[in-house]
Design a protein around this ligand. Structure first.
Ligand code: CO
Length: 312
């Protein structure tokens, strides 16, 4: 049993950094593909299918379903099975995605502002990320990263989202310690050379609360354990999950071929949640309905700087 403080302060020496870089590169390629496809009138589900299949066709797995969170949604929205929703003229779309291989997980995000009215908000998160990355190196305290993110966002006239932030990345563990807040939270944990982290400033309007909460909607889930269900179609879905999606999060729509109808898919999923065989990752929305932007890179902490791995 590894104590989490050991994990924070130690690095898994067996990690293959080349493989992490390879996964980072394909994640970023997929992210740019999604970015190019997001246009008013385009269907969300077409973007999700094409980008996810791009990664699969290249021989990689998926770290988590393509997130396309719009306006006050900050994270965790992915299209439902047979969903016909299209991007609107004024949508601000957070695209968050990662490829995977042998448990190495990519994680990167951009915001596409179709309205053209929130470029300052988007830029605040980009600049906050660049400023944060410029100070990342072995020995830096987590709170220093939060402090520079907060300052950059506030100087631009916005506020950070306080209960979303960056994180360590381990093999098969996307959200590992340490949590990297987007403000100075007093955490004096020091970053260690060789550790993989993701930094992801989220910003919203000054008039908003700067906090997210879970909405009713969930389209992304994680496997917990195999608890027997009475419903035959729920059992089919669960066997599909155990086959292919037992370590990384999955989308409900990925299990559509295990059932005969959309009704069976979603009532089966609901039964699996009730049986605690799977857990939902509900869509996270800004509490006061504030517009949200996000930018994210994954990187490896080095002695005197860091190596951004989600790039070409
Ligand atoms: Co992340």
């Amino acid at each position: 049993m590894v104590n989490y403080m050991d994990y924070v302060n130690n690095v898994n020496e067996t990690e293959n950094k080349e493989e992490a870089r390879e996964v980072g590169k394909i994640s970023y390629e997929a992210l740019m593909k999604a970015k190019d496809m997001i246009k008013p009138g385009a269907k969300l589900i077409d973007v999700a299918n094409e980008v996810e299949n791009f990664v699969i066709d290249k021989g990689y797995d998926i770290a988590f379903p393509l997130n396309l969170s719009i306006n006050d949604e900050a994270a965790h929205y992915t299209p439902a099975y047979m969903n016909t929703k299209t991007f609107g003229d004024n949508d601000v779309v957070k695209v968050d995605f990662g490829a995977a291989k042998d448990g190495y997980l990519g994680d990167c995000a951009v915001t596409v502002d179709l309205s053209g009215e929130y470029s300052n908000l988007v830029d605040a998160t980009k600049e906050a990320l660049e400023n944060a990355v410029s100070i990342v190196k072995a020995g830096v305290e987590i709170k220093e990263i939060g402090k520079i993110i907060n300052k950059t966002i506030v100087d631009k006239g916005f506020i950070p989202i306080k209960n979303l932030g960056g994180h360590g990345v381990n093999i098969h563990e996307l959200h590992a310690e340490p949590f990297i807040a987007n403000f100075d939270n007093g955490d004096d944990t020091k970053l260690v050379e060789g550790r993989r982290i993701a930094i992801e400033p989220f910003a919203t309007l000054k008039s908003a609360k700067g906090l997210v909460t879970e909405s009713e909607t969930a389209e992304i889930f994680g496997f917990v354990e195999d608890n027997p269900s009475r419903l035959p179609y729920a059992r089919n879905i669960l066997s599909g999950i155990k086959d292919k999606y037992n370590s990384e999060p999955f989308a409900a729509r990925w299990l559509a071929d295990k059932v005969k109808s959309k009704f069976e898919l979603y009532s089966g999923i609901n039964d699996l949640i009730k049986m605690e065989s799977i857990e939902p990752y509900n869509v996270l929305v800004e509490i006061s309905g504030g517009m949200v932007a996000q930018t994210e890179y994954e990187m490896i902490v080095e002695k005197d700087s860091c190596d951004i791995i989600t790039k070409l």
